[in-house]
Ligand binder design. Structure first.
Ligand code: HEM
Ligand SMILES: [Cu+2]
Length: 561
């Protein structure tokens, strides 16, 4: 090949394809091995599931407006809350942040061109969808009524609904989760770019790593428990049924051995998103990097030791109860450390109230309420009073919706320009963040009072005294529903009409912001080299403004970074 003379510079700019332009056919999407496209496939799928689960919730919430439950029959009511729980947990929240943002952003954050196993990543999505199809088939063929917990003997001896179909769905989707976790662990170990030491990993990557450990170690236990239910139902072998020589409580142990850690699969990723949003919109270095990173790992380990707090009233020994109670108190410590560190990062920060930050601030308040009420529940004597009441329902929604879904929304808005190359309508976005926050509290705060007063969960009928609080909760649910629908509209709208986003619209640190929006297929045109610590925001400039000087705009002196 001849070399071009220096006097004839190349006229056309180097052709650079974004991952979105890498092919427009359906086939190019369904057979893609690009982590970014797979993330988009997940985004579309879980959004659909979110609205299926949400529709079920709105229906039974409407039913709960009257003490007699006039809208649906009791069997239908049971099926609705079961579908809601199963879809929201297994098909929305567990995949949500890891499968969408983990897939899209994690490789870019560590300067890698893709995940370690791209084909396995695509297989994970297919497994997820196959599981989802089983679950949807179970709904269409008449539903299932065991609750998302599949407790025996509801799921073994007494249910004549589609238990096995649904369990197979959850079983298959579980493998998607295991393989995603495996992929993240190997990627973090082997694909970091030069200079990306462990001590420089963005905290989102740390949290994904901790989540992945839980996915890989916990999920097989659920798969096994569901398999044992199938064995008992299919072959009449006594595992959980006392009449056959089994023990129904065994199921609860196996179930919660997975499902307590699973709550951390849902919330650790949210912590990771928070640790990106808070410094970015406070323009400050994160406070206590090491504590945040290691507390994620502490949670991943301790999370396996507290399952018995779901079984205080199941007849387990009081000594076991006391130990589980103490361990549950201990696990609150690493979570509290994180809340403290985010708050300390905010302190004297130069805070800008962009939409992602509104969701992040919502998270801090709501997650704290959810976490503190968890301590009430972990207190043996209080638990006896509020176990299986609406207090529990309120508690886990403050964590899962007030916490995890808020962070998911925050992260989605934060990385949306990166993923799509477009900005959304900021005014609408702020409005919807506000509506979600208000609607959420109106829905779930009354449930703490209802539960404390003794209203059991999963009941179709209730005493008339509870109606006022139930009507408040249902009204809140409608507001919340609207709050979630608005983003669906303006985000879709932005794809076509939104202003074109720059590479780094927030002026944030992090490798993902140093490549164009949307990124090219290979993520970076040249392998990046990391030379600085993460969250290298010029704190001092903002923390102590010159006396009398008007403080600079949040991004003024970072424009063009
Ligand atoms: C966005 C994520 C959400 C998740 C992950 C989630 C998760 C769950 C789970 C696991 C249950 C337990 C189901 C069961 O007892 O079998 C549940 C129950 C419930 N959820 Fe949600 N939920 C979400 C959103 C919502 C929304 C938006 C509403 C209100 C419209 C809602 C209202 C309820 C109610 C009232 C119950 C109690 C049902 C009963 O005990 O009869 N949830 N949710
Ligand atoms: Cu738990």
């Amino acid at each position: 090949m001849t070399t071009t003379s220096p006097t004839t510079p190349e006229l056309s700019p180097p052709s650079r394809q974004t991952y979105l332009d890498a092919g427009y056919t359906v086939r190019s999407w369904l057979l893609t091995k690009d982590h970014k496209r797979i993330a988009i496939l997940y985004l579309i799928s879980i959004t659909l599931f979110f609205f299926v689960g949400g529709a079920a919730a709105v229906l039974f919430r409407l039913d709960l407006m009257t003490p007699e439950g006039d809208l649906v029959r009791s069997e239908t009511y049971n099926k609705l809350f079961t579908v809601h729980g199963i879809v929201m947990i297994f098909f929305f929240l567990i995949p949500s942040i890891p499968a969408v943002m983990g897939n899209f952003i994690l490789p870019m954050m560590i300067g890698a061109p893709d995940l370690a196993f791209p084909k396995l990543n695509l297989l994970s999505w297919y497994l997820f969808m196959t599981g989802g199809i089983f679950a949807v088939a179970a709904i269409v063929l008449g539903g299932v009524d065991t609750g998302w917990t599949f407790y025996t003997p509801y799921s073994s001896t007494y249910s004549n609904t589609n238990v096995m179909l649904t369990a197979v769905g959850a079983f298959i989707a579980g493998f998607s989760s295991i393989l995603t976790g495996l992929n993240f662990i190997v990627t973090t170990h082997t694909m970091r770019c030069p200079g990306m030491y462990w001590s420089r990993l963005p905290l989102f990557v740390w949290s994904m790593y901790a989540t992945a450990i839980v996915m890989v170690l916990g999920t097989p236990v659920l798969a096994m428990a569901l398999l044992l239910v199938a064995v008992e139902r299919g072959f009449r072998i006594g595992i959980f049924d006392p009449a056959l020589g089994g023990d129904p409580i065994l199921f609860q142990h196996l179930f919660w051995f997975y499902s307590h850690p699973a709550v951390y699969i849902m919330v650790l990723p949210a912590f990771g998103v928070m640790s990106e949003l808070v410094p970015a919109f406070s323009r400050k270095r994160i406070f206590g990097y090491n504590f945040i990173a290691y507390s994620s790992l502490a949670i991943a380990v301790l999370g396996f030791l507290v399952w018995g707090h779901h079984m205080f009233v199941s007849g387990q020994s009081v000594y076991a109860g006391a130990v589980f109670s103490m361990l549950s108190f201990m696990i609150a410590v690493p979570s509290a450390i994180k809340v403290f560190n985010w708050t300390a990062t905010l302190y004297k920060g130069h805070i800008s109230y962009d939409t992602p930050m509104l969701f992040a601030l919502g998270f801090i308040g709501l997650f704290t309420v959810g976490g503190l009420t968890g301590l009430f529940l972990a207190t043996l004597a209080v638990n006896v009073h509020v176990h299986d009441t609406y207090f529990v329902v309120a508690h886990f929604h403050y964590i899962m919706v007030g916490g995890a879904v808020m962070a998911y929304m925050g992260g989605l808005h934060y990385w949306w320009p990166k993923m799509t190359g477009r900005m959304y309508a900021e005014g609408w976005a702020r409005l919807s963040a506000l509506i979600i926050f208000l609607g959420f509290n109106l829905t779930f705060f009354p449930q703490f009072i209802l539960g404390y007063q003794g209203m059991p969960r999963r009941y179709h009928f209730y005493v008339p005294e509870f109606q006022v609080l139930n009507v408040m909760s249902s009204a809140g649910a409608s507001i919340l529903g609207i709050g979630y629908l608005i983003p669906l509209v303006y985000l879709l709208w932005s794809l076509r009409y939104g202003p074109v986003a720059s590479a780094n619209p927030w002026g944030a640190t992090g490798l993902e912001w140093q490549t164009p929006s949307p990124p090219p297929t290979e993520n970076f045109l040249e392998t990046p080299v990391v030379t600085a610590d993460p969250y290298d925001y010029p704190s001092e400039t903002y923390a102590e403004p010159e006396p009398g000087a008007s403080s600079p705009g949040p991004r003024a002196d970072l424009a063009g970074v």
